[in-house]
Design a protein around this ligand. Structure first.
Ligand code: R5P
Length: 278
């Protein structure tokens, strides 16, 4: 098996290749003066794994070109962060279903696709042969033996946080919106008392950080002693990290599906297991 490290995932690709005992193919990735991208992959053949997260439009074009350069190989596309998955239906008439377009593109080249915590079950349905790996157990394990409470910022991440808390061996809860009267909405933990506790908010994605910041404010107001944030995918748009720290967050960690300074946990073992299980 050969591994191609895409522009957005060089470190994770190396970790996967090392664990598989696989060769990393030499690639040329460059930009022409007019902004167009160029890709060359040397000596590909047989079973090839391409590792490329989609964190930007440029990543998507590089992915498309890498897949095309591998014509004739048996391709597995490892897309640790599957961007465009949040637009998984038509919210308004006339909209594109972005993840459907991305799925069609990838599967027109790749035999199988491996990703990590894709945003929704609905997004999965647009793929023919997708393995969606769950990073919540390794996030939970990272916090094992810490005296913490895990909180989901909303009901949408309840199941994810339930799994993480099981591996952390701690209590968990989610923030619930309660309408008090026509003008007042109160958001608070559904059942747990967080006063005096160290809290870790867990979610799949930190993009602008808005969700985590709101949750942090509520938890600190409820008397939490400290608040940390953990996520699978550190998109970190719009100075999210600065804004999180300014809001009083003590620490932020993520996996390496998107390679950032806070990527303290690697999904390499999970991806290698998925690669071997087929
Ligand atoms: C929402 O459905 C997701 O689970 C995340 O909560 C959301 O994508 C986070 O985005 P942001 O950081 O911009 O609030």
């Amino acid at each position: 098996m050969q591994v191609v490290a895409g522009s957005s995932s060089p470190l994770l690709a190396k970790r996967i290749a090392d664990k598989m005992g696989a060769e990393i193919l030499n690639t040329v990735l460059k930009r022409f003066p007019d902004g167009e991208l160029y890709v060359r992959v040397e000596n590909a053949g047989g079973d090839v794994v391409v590792v490329q997260s989609i964190t930007s439009n440029e990543d998507l074009v590089y992915l498309m070109l890498l897949l095309d350069a591998l014509e004739g190989s048996n391709i597995t596309a490892v897309i640790p962060y599957m961007g465009y998955a949040r637009q998984d239906k038509k919210f308004k008439d006339g909209e594109a279903i972005s993840i459907r377009a991305v799925a069609k593109l990838i599967e027109s080249y790749a035999e199988r696709v491996i990703t990590v915590n894709i945003h929704s079950d609905r997004a999965k349905r647009y793929f023919r042969n997708l393995v969606d790996v769950d990073a919540m157990p390794i996030i939970g394990t990272y916090y094992r033996n810490r005296d913490i409470v895990m909180i989901s910022p909303d009901f949408g991440s309840y199941e994810r946080v339930r799994v993480a808390s099981e591996f952390a061996g701690c209590e968990f809860d989610y923030l619930e919106k309660e309408r008090i009267d026509a003008e007042t909405v109160e958001i608070k933990p559904k059942k747990l008392e967080v006063a005096g506790r160290d809290v870790v908010i867990v979610d799949d994605i930190i993009s602008t950080g808005g969700t985590m910041i709101e949750a942090t404010k509520i938890l600190l107001k409820s008397g939490a002693r400290s608040v940390e944030c953990a996520c699978v995918h550190a998109v970190l748009a719009e100075n999210a990290l600065n804004r999180l720290y300014s809001a009083g967050v003590k620490g932020v960690i993520a996996t390496d599906t998107i390679e950032k300074s806070i990527s303290k946990i690697s999904v390499a073992d999970l991806i290698v297991d998925a690669l071997k299980s087929d």
